[in-house]
Design a binder for this molecule. Structure first.
Ligand code: DX5
Ligand code: ZN
Length: 222
């Protein structure tokens, strides 16, 4: 079963002094999803942006699908705020909420795609009773908090294990990978079963963006 392989540029690596232009440029360059990393300096040791930035991007005419990866705890109120601000997809980490099932249900109740993000050391048993609440699973291929890190090799087996879980379930759940994805690593994570590739540095540090995305798609073919 394939739902197509998507590239999701991560704004963490964009020029934040020109954020609207950067989002418009990657959207025009042919990506399927815009990945927005939300960090609270509590769940992760870094601080980024709140829902008002998503609202501002919508107000300046960005219509691209926005995938908000919430690295924040507690997360329920924030997930709702991002949903209301214009996010389309919302991912949360299971360690960031006491009631994972409720958090995922709340995201869908607001009409958004719900995802669970798994750190390199997060066991897959967190998926056991919530698969039917998930539209996507995000496997972190680095520890969350910073862009520009190297992919952790042990996470490749984890991607394969999550793909097996999805296949066994028969559910149409997308499998994202996030962290250290570039021309050298993208084909390997694809072979393990990933179908959405979050890419920060390898897009924004290598303009023009259409060519950077084109090189990633070419690497996927090998
Ligand atoms: C890390 C973020 C990633 C990060 C990826 O916590 O979730 O989305 O921006 O950046 P690169 O592609 O540079 O590893
Ligand atoms: Zn992310």
């Amino acid at each position: 079963m394939t739902m197509g392989r998507w590239i999701a540029p991560s704004l963490l690596a964009a020029d934040w002094s020109r954020l609207g232009e950067e989002v418009a440029a990657v959207a025009a360059a042919g990506c399927e999803l815009i990945h927005i990393d939300v960090m609270d300096h509590h769940y992760v040791p870094n601080l980024t942006l709140g829902p008002q930035v998503v609202r501002a991007l919508r107000r300046c005419g960005i219509t691209a699908t926005m995938d908000c990866h919430l690295m924040a705890s507690p997360v329920d109120d924030l997930a709702i705020a991002f949903a209301k601000a214009g996010a389309d997809w919302v991912s949360v980490h299971p360690e960031a909420t006491l009631h994972v099932d409720r958090t995922l249900a709340v995201i869908r109740e607001h009409g958004k795609k719900a995802g669970l993000a798994l750190n390199p050391a997060t066991p897959l048993c967190v998926l056991d009773h919530v698969l039917d609440r998930l539209d996507h699973i995000l496997v972190m291929t680095v520890n969350p908090g910073f862009g520009g890190q190297s992919l952790i090799e042990a996470t490749l087996r984890k991607v394969a294990a999550v793909r097996r879980r999805i296949q066994e379930s028969g559910l149409p759940i997308r499998l994202q990978v996030d962290g250290g994805i570039n021309e050298q690593t993208i084909a390997r994570v694809a072979q393990m079963g990933a179908d959405i590739f979050v890419v920060g540095s390898a897009v924004f540090q290598h303009p023009p963006y259409d060519e950077a995305i084109g090189r990633l798609r070419a690497a996927l073919e090998h």
